[in-house]
Structures are given as C-alpha cells and as structure tokens.
Design a protein around this ligand. Structure first.
Ligand SMILES: C[S@@+](CC[C@H](N)C(=O)[O-])C[C@H]1O[C@@H](n2cnc3c(N)ncnc32)[C@H](O)[C@@H]1O
Length: 202
C-alpha cells in the first residue's frame, strides 16, 4: 500500500471515530507496546494541539484520572471533564506552575509530541527540536512521581545522539522505538524514559 493510501485511510478512520487527528494511533501504539496509560493516572500532554492524544489519554485514564494538555496554540475544548487544556510555551516557568496545579498531584506520565515550526534549515530545525525535548524532559522530572514515565518524539538527526545522552543523565532507563505506522524513510522515533532522577542532583 502506498503511504498516501495509508495516510488517507488513517485520516478517514480518525474522522469516523471522532478523533482530532490520526496522531491518535501513534499514542495507541505507544500505549500498546509500552503499557503507558492506566485508570486514574495523571498525565501531561506537551504539544497537545489539535488534541488527538488528549482524547486517547482521557479515555484510558477514565473519570478518576486527569489529562493536562499544553500547546502554543489553544486546542478547541473537548467534552471530557477529565481534560484541562492550557495555552502557553513549555519553557515558561509560570505555565509549568499552572500545569502542576491543574494536575493536582504528581504526574504518572508526561508525553511530548512537541515539534517546532520548521524553518527548512535542517540543522537549525534539529537544534530547535532538541531544545524542546530537553525542556520537556526537565519539566517531566519536575512533575513526575519517582516511578513516572516520560515519552517524547525524537528525530534521527544531527542532535539525536546528544539528546539520548542528555536523557540518560536525567532518567534511570531510556528506550527508543520506531512505530509500525511510520512511513518508510521517516526519521521519526519515540523515546521512553523511566525513573526520573530528582532535579538539582545532576
Ligand atoms: C505534532 S503537533 C502535536 C499533535 C498532538 N500530539 C495531537 O495528538 O494532536 C506538535 C505541537 O507542538 C506544539 N509546540 C511547539 N513548540 C511548543 C512550545 N514551545 N510550547 C508548547 N507547544 C509547542 C505546536 O504548536 C504543535 O501543535
């Protein structure tokens, strides 16, 4: 099947299922392979617009759980009462405090699907993305419970090795994986890190 046919099929499926985008299937696959989400979990979704990951996470954590989404662009409201959507920059300290407040306790899982607007200059884009992952990782270490999990989108680019090294310094375990639905030739992969080391002990 060509990638365009597959992309179209997933797009139509997402529409039919009332999901905001086909990105939903990426989180479903991550959850299936890594057992990320559970009833009652507190979850942060960084780079949540338009909201497909919010929908998947909210259904999995159920009414006793909570999902707090953050993005530079405000996502349209979703009907699930366990979703809180915040607008802002992941690098902003005041926003980080708002996320912590909205969580109402330590997070079980922090997700980052953050991606910068691309300039088209490959090295500059890689640097900007790597910076976002680092900020997200520091936020995760701030919000997570000691056995919590941080998952982030990465690209196999000039910054990849350095980013994984950075994550190894901040977390006890680091595992990367490529999703089955990733189109051939794509450099996208995800990293799953566990056992965050407390901040200030680096
Ligand atoms: C690939 S999209 C996320 C899609 C989302 N996972 C979903 O399920 O619909 C990446 C998002 O990262 C956001 N983003 C980029 N830089 C950011 C920043 N500094 N702070 C917050 N969000 C940011 C972008 O606005 C964009 O909406």
């Amino acid at each position: 099947m060509s990638r365009y046919v597959r992309k179209d099929a997933n797009y139509r499926r997402a529409k039919a299922e009332g999901l905001r985008s086909r990105a939903a299937y990426k989180l479903e696959e991550l959850d299936r392979r890594l057992s990320l989400l559970a009833r009652g979990f507190r979850v942060v979704d960084l780079g949540c617009w338009p909201g497909a990951w919010l929908q998947v996470a909210a259904a999995r954590v159920g009414p006793k759980g909570r999902v707090v989404g953050l993005d530079l662009k405000i996502a349209d409201p979703l009907p699930e009462p366990n979703i809180v959507i915040l607008e802002g920059d992941v690098g902003d300290e005041a926003i980080a405090k708002q996320v912590a407040l909205a969580l109402g306790g330590p997070a079980d899982l922090v997700l980052s699907d953050l991606a910068p607007n691309l300039s088209g200059v490959r090295e500059a884009d890689a640097t900007r993305h790597a910076n976002l992952v680092r900020i997200a990782a520091e936020r995760a270490r701030q919000w997570l419970r000691p056995s919590g999990i941080f998952v982030a989108k990465l690209f196999m680019d000039a910054e990849y090795e350095e980013t994984v090294r950075y994550l190894r310094a901040g977390f006890g375990t680091v595992r990367t994986l490529k999703l089955e639905g990733t189109r051939p030739g794509s450099s996208e992969l995800y990293v799953c890190t566990r056992k965050p080391r407390p901040l200030g002990r680096d």
